[in-house]
Design a protein around this ligand. Structure first.
Ligand code: FAD
Length: 358
C-alpha cells in the first residue's frame, strides 16, 4: 500500500543553493515546506560539478568552495528542520481546487498550496551507453528481466561485492579511473578473490591528471587491472543474465569480454524531464517569471534560480538568493491571503530571533 500524500504549504523542487536558501526565506515567514531533489546529495551544481572549486562572488565571503557554501546553507536552514527528500525525481503535477498535487517517480505524493521550482538546469542524470539491450540490467523500475541485483550501475558503492565478479568500468574520466583503481585494490585485498577488473574507454588518452595517470600505470604494471581501448558494441545475455560484452577497437576488431558487472561512468547530463510538460510558459528551456514575485504563468507556481528567466536575468547564485527572498514574500502573501507582508530585519526582529533560536 502506498504512503498517504504529504500535506504541507510549499513544495520546493531542487535542493541546489537557491532551493536551500528558499527554505531559509520561507522559514522566516513561518511557512512549512518540504524539499525534493533527484540527486542523492544536496547542493545542486555546487556539489555535483565543482565541489572543490572556489567561488569568489558570494557577498561578504571573499572565497568559499562549492561544498563549503552548501554546508553553510545547510547550517543556516537547520533551525527550520525542513524535510529534504533525496533521490526523488518530480514527475507529475496536478492542479487541485486550492493548490497542487505533485508526484515523484517513486510515487511519493505532496498536496501543497504552492510549488517553488528551483530545478536549476535540470536533474543530473548519469549518461548511459546507447545500447538498448543494457536497459533491463539497470537499476530502474520496469526492467522485466531484472530478477536479481542490477548488473549495470553508474557508480560502485560499498555495498556492491566485487571480489568474485568480472567487472568492466567504461569511461575515461576521473571518476571512472578512481573507481577502477579502488575496485582493483579492493579485489586484490580479498584472499578468496576470483574474477577481474577492466577499464575500457574508446580513447587511449584518458581525461585525468598526471598523478592519477601514474597511479593507473602502477596498478596496470602490477597486474591489478587491465585497460582496453575499445567501444562496447554488443551485449551477451544468457537466461536473462548479463554475462559478456563485445568490445570493438578502432580497427574494427571484435573481442568478447566476460562481464557480470558493468559500471557506466560517462559523466552527468542535466534533464528537465517532466517540468517541460507542465504547460508553464517557457523561453529556451527556462521558465518565464515576473521579476517582482517570481511567479510563473500559473498562479501558485514560482520559479527561482537558474531555471527562470526575466529581463536582465543572470544565472548567478547571488541572483538566485535575491529571487528566493522576493518569492518568499509573494508566497507568504498568497498563503496568508493578506496585503503586502511587512519587512522585518533579522538583526532586530524578536519574532525571527525566536524562530532561529538565537
Ligand atoms: C563549473 C561551474 C562554476 C560556477 N561558478 C559560479 C560562481 O563562481 N558564482 C556563481 O554565482 N555561480 C557559479 N556557477 C553557477 C551556479 O552554480 C548556479 O547559478 C547555481 O548552482 C544555480 O542554483 P540552483 O539552485 O538554481 O540550481 P542547481 O544548482 O542546478 O540545483 C538544482 C537542483 O534541482 C534538482 N532538480 C532538477 N530537476 C528536478 C526534478 N524534476 N526533480 C527533482 N529534483 C530536480 C537537481 O538535481 C539539482 O540538485 C557555476 C556553475 C558551474 C557549472
Amino acid at each position: 500500500m502506498s504512503a498517504p500524500p504529504i500535506q504541507t504549504e510549499v513544495l520546493i523542487i531542487g535542493a541546489g543553493p537557491v532551493g536551500l536558501f528558499q527554505v531559509f526565506q520561507l522559514g522566516l515567514h513561518e511557512i512549512d515546506a518540504h524539499v525534493v531533489d533527484a540527486q542523492s546529495q544536496i547542493g545542486g551544481q555546487c556539489s555535483a560539478l565543482y565541489p572543490d572549486k572556489y567561488i569568489y562572488d558570494i557577498p561578504a565571503l571573499p572565497r568559499i568552495t562549492g561544498l563549503e557554501l552548501v554546508e553553510q546553507l545547510r547550517e543556516q536552514i537547520a533551525p527550520f528542520k525542513t524535510p529534504i527528500h533525496l533521490g526523488q525525481y518530480i514527475q507529475k503535477l496536478q492542479a487541485l481546487d486550492q493548490g497542487f498535487q505533485v508526484t515523484t517517480h517513486t510515487g511519493m505524493q505532496f498536496i501543497v498550496r504552492s510549488v517553488i521550482i528551483a530545478a536549476g538546469v535540470g536533474a543530473f542524470m548519469h549518461k548511459e551507453l546507447p545500447l538498448p539491450e543494457l536497459k533491463p540490467f539497470r537499476n530502474q523500475s520496469g526492467g522485466p528481466s531484472l530478477k536479481t541485483k542490477p548488473q549495470v550501475l553508474s557508480t560502485l558503492t560499498k555495498d556492491v561485492a566485487i571480489w568474485d565478479k568480472e567487472v568492466i568500468i567504461y569511461g575515461g574520466n576521473d571518476h571512472a579511473v578512481r573507481m577502477a583503481l579502488e575496485a582493483a585494490t579492493k579485489r586484490d585485498q580479498n584472499t578468496e578473490q576470483s574474477g577481474s577488473v577492466s577499464l575500457v574507454y574508446r580513447r587511449e588518452k584518458l581525461e585525468i591528471d598526471e598523478q592519477l595517470q601514474k597511479s593507473l600505470e602502477v596498478a596496470l604494471g602490477a597486474g591489478l587491472l587491465t585497460f582496453k581501448v575499445a567501444q562496447i558494441t554488443a551485449v551477451q545475455v544468457q537466461n536473462n543474465v548479463l554475462n559478456g560484452l563485445t568490445l570493438t577497437d578502432s580497427q574494427g576488431n571484435q573481442l568478447i569480454y566476460k562481464c557480470d558487472l558493468l559500471i557506466e561512468s560517462l559523466g552527468l547530463s542535466p534533464k528537465l524531464g517532466a517540468l517541460l510538460d507542465w504547460e508553464l510558459e517557457m523561453e529556451r528551456k527556462t521558465l518565464k517569471v515576473s521579476p517582482e514575485t517570481f511567479c510563473t504563468s500559473i498562479p501558485g507556481i514560482y520559479a527561482v534560480g537558474d531555471i527562470n528567466t526575466y529581463p536582465g536575468k543572470r544565472k548567478l547564485i547571488l541572483s538566485g538568493f535575491h529571487e528566493a527572498t522576493l518569492a518568499a514574500f509573494a508566497v507568504a502573501q498568497q498563503i496568508k491571503g493578506t496585503g503586502p507582508i511587512p519587512l522585518e530585519y533579522t538583526s532586530a526582529s524578536t519574532r525571527i530571533h525566536k524562530i532561529l533560536g538565537v
